[in-house]
Design a protein around this ligand. Structure first.
Ligand code: PLP
Length: 384
């Protein structure tokens, strides 16, 4: 058990809060940010707020030297309220209304990511002179939760977009890409880095000098199987940058999952154990709609720790508490739990600090959003 897990377990044992709940140890968040900053010296780190926007998490990121990748007005306000200077914010969402751009610009946000002419025109109008990076679409085939084709222009269109941004009075800063979340292949960044270098050269040939390379997030978390170390990711990325760029660009990272997943744990209760059609079904009080959205397609297989039950284990299907047929967590991914498991037992779900509470519905079947408790220095934060 890590020190963070010990602090979380101590809090849960002392306070026995109602389940389900998520407990996040923000000292672990800060340690992860420091580790990432150390692994990518000279890079700027902008934590992807959507992974977990709790105020105490944002404060920990900031205190450890991180900035923020924000997706819209509410996340901007949350970061500013946590004490971040506007200069620490990067507006990474390419899908934004003119009013959202104006909101950001009014509050001093100067860095934006874009991928379409319509958005570039809106940026020029509502955030004049702002710095823009153009997101390109690169394949991230190994990602557990890929972005598909939703974001990023074709690499061949990026240089024209950056030249256009420059012509409209924006600061054409560079190129961005994201290899897909939970990306287990450190080599996945290389094609994006290579494509970006070509775009830098194409822009330079037209008199526009780029300087920034935003390599996104995607760093993996060891849920049930190992993932490369940060050093392995960093080394592969550094090697690719050196191979493709004659002069090293400014690097921006936007990790979300790798910062906060391992800092959190969900405690849940077994509601029902039922033998049906030859399988043992275990229903928990947490499911797809109140915290475990990333079990969609069984994309993220979390590690489970049944408390106080040892002995022989057998296969289970795991499902959530709602009246929805899709609220099944794992029916294909093999899971085994103790045969002695009973209703009322507690199960801890590990490494659940990222993309859990922030994805939780407000009241599906009347179930409230996943309650989060943040620990700061081992004690409950005031505003959690
Ligand atoms: C979600 C997101 C991230 C974070 O990705 P992780 O896989 O959680 O590291 C980074 N950048 C952008 C633009 C995102 O949308």
């Amino acid at each position: 058990m890590t020190p963070g897990h010990e602090r979380i377990r101590r809090f849960l044992n002392d306070h026995e809060p109602a389940t389900p709940c998520l407990v996040v140890d923000t000292d672990t968040v800060a340690a992860r940010v420091r580790e990432l900053v150390a692994g990518f010296p000279h890079a700027r780190l902008c934590y992807a707020v959507k992974a977990n926007p709790e105020p105490a998490v944002l404060r920990a990121v900031l205190a450890a030297g991180g900035g923020f990748d924000v997706a819209g007005p509410a996340e901007i306000s949350a970061c500013l309220a946590a004490g971040a200077p506007a200069a620490a914010l990067s507006y990474g969402n390419t899908i934004k209304k003119p009013a959202d751009i104006a909101f950001a610009s009014d509050r001093g946000v100067r860095d934006f990511t874009t991928d379409a002419p319509g958005d570039v025109a809106n940026l020029a109008e509502h955030a004049p002179g702002a710095s823009v990076s153009v997101r390109i679409l690169v394949d991230g085939p190994a990602s557990a939760t890929p972005f598909g084709q939703k974001f990023g222009c074709e690499p061949d269109a990026a240089a024209a977009l950056l030249v256009e941004a420059d012509r409209l009075g924006l600061d054409a800063a560079g190129v961005a890409f994201h290899v897909g979340s939970q990306q287990p292949d450190p080599g996945a960044w290389e094609p994006g880095i290579a494509a970006a270098a070509k775009i830098f050269a194409a822009c330079a040939a037209q008199g526009v000098r780029l300087r920034r390379l935003n390599i996104g997030g995607g760093f993996g978390v060891a849920y049930r199987s190992p993932v490369p170390s940060l050093a392995e990711y960093a080394s592969a990325i550094r090697t690719a940058v050196r191979a493709h760029f004659p002069d090293e660009p400014e690097i921006l990272l936007e990790p979300g999952r790798a910062v906060v997943a391992g800092a959190g744990l969900i405690r849940t209760e077994v509601v029902l154990v039922s033998h049906r059609f030859g399988r043992r079904w275990v229903y928990l009080d947490v499911g797809r709609y109140n915290g475990l959205a990333e079990t969609e397609n069984e994309a993220i297989p979390y590690r489970l720790d049944p408390l106080g039950r040892d002995g022989e284990r057998g296969p289970v299907v795991l499902a959530g508490p709602t009246c929805d047929g899709d609220d099944v967590l794992y029916q294909r991914t093999p899971y085994e739990l103790p045969l002695s498991l009973r209703a009322g037992d507690r199960i801890d779900i590990l490494d659940t600090g990222a993309y859990t509470a922030s994805y939780s519905s407000v009241a599906f079947n009347g179930i409230p959003p996943l309650r989060t408790y943040c620990l700061e220095g081992g004690r409950l934060a005031d505003d959690t």
